[in-house]
Design a protein around this ligand. Structure first.
Ligand code: B12
Length: 311
């Protein structure tokens, strides 16, 4: 990073772009030099250079120039004192995660995630779970931040480390829900990801919400081949099975048909997640729209078993 203000030529050389490109970025996207010395051409400050470095990196990665300029302008290096904060490690070197209309807790969580501050992430999630419960924490706090990370990743191809750390902290927080509680009866609900599906967090949210509601479950986790799923169903005879698919790539409806064909067919088969397409689901499969609906359906099955003779 330069300490002295730089001319357009010097900036162009540092970035490896043409001076005309710098002019275009200035005129079209407002990414120009901000220091004005009377009687001289404007000069680029270290903050201007930092913005332009982001612009160059993002456009080189294929991000559209207008989108890249938006991120470059939002960069914390653009604000006064930002470089000192970056050196002190408080900003973690990134920008912000968009959380839409979610509240201050989500904004705080997003900032902690950007700093890779796992203690603050875990603390924020733990407090929310204790105060508001699993469903409200998932919908009001975690989903907006996860969706924001996904949005930023799609725009910049970055934030993979943030996504991984955040995922780990969310998993750990869900795993502690209700642990201190009393035994909650036989596990009649089976939770599983579809074959090759690695997105487990919504299923972990469902598991935690069931624990909170006093309902036992078995969790098979990520990437379950259909033969293994069927084996688990045959061996444990669950009353309800939820299969999570997050993307079209993992939503083969054949997995659901196989489940419906087992000798002791579950009372309820849930195709959960945005991967499934409603018009391709076999008859008899239910597609919950959100966590709350998935929990109510599972509770309804539990209640019907409690009331049936010999259960
Ligand atoms: C965390 C994450 C990961 C983590 C997952 C860790 C874990 N243990 O789960 C890791 C790093 C493993 C990962 C991997 C990948 N990921 Co990813 N990931 C995400 C991220 C950021 C959050 C996922 C999540 O938990 N979402 C939950 C909430 C936030 O989703 P939602 O859309 O708001 O929820 C809706 C519904 O699902 C429903 N709902 C919400 N919760 C619940 C709960 C229940 C029970 C029910 C029934 C319904 C329900 O209501 C909502 C309203 O419609 C998303 C971004 C996103 N927007 O989801 C990307 C995202 C899903 N990933 C994506 C991709 C591309 C991948 C990879 C292919 C990347 C790669 N190149 O390797 C792999 C996939 C590998 C595989 N085969 O599965 C894309 C998918 C694009 C697409 N639609 O095809 C996304 C959207 C990011 C992006 N914008 O590009 N990922």
């Amino acid at each position: 990073m330069a300490d002295e203000p730089l001319s357009a030529g010097a900036v162009a050389r540092r970035l490896g772009v043409a001076v005309t490109t710098l002019r275009t970025w200035h005129q079209r996207y407002g990414l120009g030099p901000s220091q004005h010395v009377p009687g001289h051409h404007r000069r680029y400050t270290p903050a201007d250079l930092a913005r332009l470095e982001i612009m160059r990196k993002l456009t080189a990665e294929g991000v559209a120039p207008a989108e890249a300029a938006r991120w470059a302008k939002q960069s914390p290096t653009a604000s006064p004192g930002a470089e000192a904060r970056l050196r002190a490690g408080r900003d973690g070197g990134g920008q912000t995660i968009p959380v839409g209309r979610a509240g201050p807790a989500a904004r705080g969580l997003a900032r902690a995630a950007m700093r890779l501050d796992s203690a603050a992430i875990s603390d924020t999630i733990g407090r929310a779970l204790a105060a508001n419960g699993v469903i409200a924490t998932w919908d009001g706090l975690l989903r907006p931040v996860l969706a924001g990370i996904g949005e930023r990743h799609a725009a910049t191809a970055g934030l993979i480390e943030v996504e991984h750390l955040m995922s780990r902290c969310v998993s750990e927080a869900f795993a502690t829900v209700g642990r201190a509680g009393t035994p909650i009866g036989p596990a009649r609900i089976l939770l599983s990801c579809a074959d090759e599906e690695q997105h487990t967090l919504p299923l972990e949210a469902l598991a935690a919400a069931l624990t909170e509601a006093g309902v036992a479950y078995r969790m098979l986790g990520a990437r379950v081949p259909v033969a293994a799923l069927i084996e688990a169903v045959n061996r444990t005879g669950p009353a309800a099975v939820a299969i999570w698919s997050h993307t079209r790539a993992t939503a083969d409806p054949g997995q659901l048909s196989a489940l419906l064909g087992v000798p002791r067919r579950p009372l309820l088969v849930l195709a959960a997640g945005p991967g499934w397409r409603a018009d391709t689901l076999p008859a008899g499969v239910v597609r919950p729209v959100d966590l709350a609906e998935a929990v109510s359906l599972a509770l309804a099955v539990r209640d019907s078993l409690d009331q049936s003779p010999g259960s």
